[in-house]
Design a protein around this ligand. Sequence first.
Ligand code: FEO
Length: 407
Amino acid sequence: MKIHQISDRIYAMHADIKSDDLFEGIWPIPYGVSLNSYVVKGDKIAIIDLVRDWVGAPGELAGQLASVGISIKDVNYLILNHLEPDHTGWLKEFRAINPKVEIIATAKGIELVKSFYKIEDGLHAVKSGDLLDLGDGVSLEFIEAPNVHWPETMFTWAPRDGVLFSCDAFGSFGALGDRIFDDEFSDEEHVFFESESLRYYSNIVASFGLFVNRAIDKAAGLDIHVLAPSHGMVWRRDPSCIIERYSRYASYMEGPREKEIAVVWGSMYGNTERGLAAALQGIEDAGIPYSIHRVPNDDISWVLADAYRSEGILIAMPTYEYRVFPPMAYALDIFERKHIWYRKALRIGSYGWVGGAKKEYENAIAPLKWECLESVEWAGAPSDETLQLLYKRGKELAKAVKLVKAE
Ligand code: FEO
């Protein structure tokens, strides 16, 4: 990868991570992820956000710095917008090479520098409105943006060039290759990155929608020419595109959402699957689109992304040892953690001796405040009457989704 010039004083560096490792130890990244880092040059030099030692990322960054004549020892300031180790894992080694580098973060960020990296000196806590003068007319301003998505997060603003360094906010999964700017990607590639930005948002940031909106409000007060997140592309042609996208994602938490149904299903011997087919026919005939994921076959990362944006949810699962089908219990737990609230919902499924999942299911979804249609459960294989009822209930779910007002 090469370094990219944002302005005469600002460069973007990035390392593409392509690995079977899971992001945060949970989320697959089959299309990779970029770790972005930035250089700002006045008389002094600042680097904004680092990388972790992952698939050679530190060496990649050091090489990109060297390509513009900067060595690690030349760097005066390390600005850490966010302390999660994907952006700071290299910190201790970087500091060992350059013991004089000053480390800048919010007060909470400084606490994490101490606890994660056992560094105690050369630390400077900043708050909103504080400025860092790099000399030669270049300065940086700090803007606290807590809980996007950790408590210590902040933005760094470069007023001379109108560049906002937003760390995880406005980021995306997906490796970039040798391009980094939004105007270097085709429409088709933008469709791909939109899908990966929603998956990133729903997996990483979704629980903090309120704080994302506050951060967006702060960004709205700035004359942003370039939006530079720590994952995904740098937006210089149209920064408003990713801001509007994030604003829409944040709205999915309380609504409105897309008039779609996320179907999440599991089946042991095909009886729930047969019943599901009838419900899906009802949804199709009512003209509402749906996404569909089988658990545990499909990874929860994609299940969550589709559930996050959809107004309706259809849960289809068999009773398992008198209880909720275990992979569905995991999915429901993730839905609770990621605030999949206020959906129109339907549960269907087959049982052997007795339908025992009802109580556990209702307990699991109680915090989600779903508006539930009457469930359909049947013993063994679905009868013709049951199939007709499932068709009808599928149609009712689709109609309930259709009737939700777009606010
Ligand atoms: Fe990209 Fe929350 O770290």
